[in-house]
Each structure stands twice: as C-alpha cells, then as structure tokens.
Ligand binder design. Structure first.
Ligand SMILES: [Zn+2]
Length: 221
C-alpha cells in the first residue's frame, strides 16, 4: 500500500513523485535513500523535506548528511570550533581577572603582600561585566582573524606593533616570574611602565601597506 502511494503521489511544490524524492539522501533530517523523512522529534513526515525535494529536482544526491561539527557546551548550547576557541580564551582571561575582583583580590595601587587574600581588589561587578564584553568581542575578532591568517596577515601583523619592551613575552620564564609576584600581591617593581604609557617599541619591519583607516595608533593610551 505505502509502496504504491510512494511511487505515485506527487510531492508538494515539485513535479516529482514521493518515490523519486526518496531515492536520495536528505540533508535536512539525514534520511538515507529509501527512508522517509522524519521530524526533529522522530515522527515520519509524509511530505519529504524541501531540501531533499530540491536536490532531487536538481538531479543530485548530496550523499549522507555531514555530522554537525559543532561542540555541545556544558549548558547544552552548540558552538562552532571558532566559538569554542573564543570562549576558552575569553573565559580564561575573565577567570584570571578575578584576582583583581572578588575573593582573594589584590589592588596593584594598594598591594598587601602580608595578606593578599584579604585585599578587596578594585574591579566592581559592573566593571567586570563591561570588561568581559570587550574581552569576548576582541578575542572573538582575533580568533576569527587567526582562522584565516593569509587573508588577515596585515591586520594580524599590525597588532604586533603593540609589543613593547616592558611586556614579558608569552611563554617566557620572565612572564611566569611576574605572574607569580602578582599572585603573591607583590607589585610595582622598580622601573615599571604602565601598560597605557607609550614606551620604546621593538624594532619591527613596518608592514608593506598602511593599516586600514580608523585603526588605532600603536602605543596610544
Ligand atoms: Zn528529510
């Protein structure tokens, strides 16, 4: 009975029989050739998915539906790999900033090496929220650029002009030592240059072309 119906019944919107449409894979629900389309809750759909009909109309079988490469987070939402990278970096930065906010916070303007865990910090809840919006936005832009370094070479390279001599390089023993000191509430070493003050940049070759209009000047406050 259903055989007969599948071979004869025309699908909605196309001059195709249901049987013809069922000959190919469905990119919407993942139904294999010969199988009927299903709703997201697993119920049989009498009318195949539009995508499947369109593919059959075009005379192509796109093959098995690719499994979603998205990653399901602990909160149940799905993220692309680019989003996962942005989350990991921005949340790591956020968690690290907690040392200046909330429990165990220290204030670089008023460090208390005697008892760093008792200091109150200097970032309020609302300031943390504002900072984190900017961090997530910036990290996601940077991750997106790094996904395609060839296309974004100029902007990526231009960012490196913000490297200053007083900045301990990522992954260096120098940086580890500076971080340990901060954690212990020891700050303001002699000769410290604030991060917002222009200092002598490293000698880097200039980019071949001018950075795009409106970009910030490196070293600006
Ligand atoms: Zn389907």
């Amino acid at each position: 009975m259903s055989e007969y119906r599948d071979s004869d019944v025309k699908v909605e919107g196309f001059n195709l029989t249901r049987k013809q449409v069922l000959e190919i894979h469905c990119q919407d629900c993942g139904a294999k050739p010969g199988e009927r389309c299903e709703t997201s809750s697993g119920r049989v759909r009498h009318d195949p998915h539009f995508l499947r009909k369109a593919d059959r109309h075009d005379g192509i079988d796109p093959g098995p539906k690719a499994k979603s490469s998205n990653i399901k987070g602990p909160d149940g939402r799905e993220w692309t790999w680019e989003q996962v990278q942005s989350w990991v970096i921005s949340l790591s930065v956020r968690n690290a900033l907690e040392m200046f906010h909330g429990g165990g916070a220290m204030d670089p303007e008023n460090p208390n090496p005697e008892d760093p865990d008792e200091a109150e910090g200097f970032i309020t809840d609302r300031q943390m929220k504002a900072l984190n919006i900017v961090i997530r936005h910036t990290v996601s832009e940077a991750v997106s650029r790094l996904e395609n370094p060839g296309k974004n070479a100029q902007e990526l390279y231009y960012t490196l002009f913000y490297i200053n001599k007083y900045m301990e390089p990522p992954g260096s023993a120098e940086l580890e030592a500076a971080y340990e000191k901060i954690k212990n509430g020891e700050f303001d070493p002699p000769g410290f240059i604030p991060d917002c003050t222009r200092s002598e940049p490293l000698e880097l070759a200039p980019p071949t072309q001018k950075p795009r209009q409106g970009a910030e000047t490196p070293g600006g406050a």
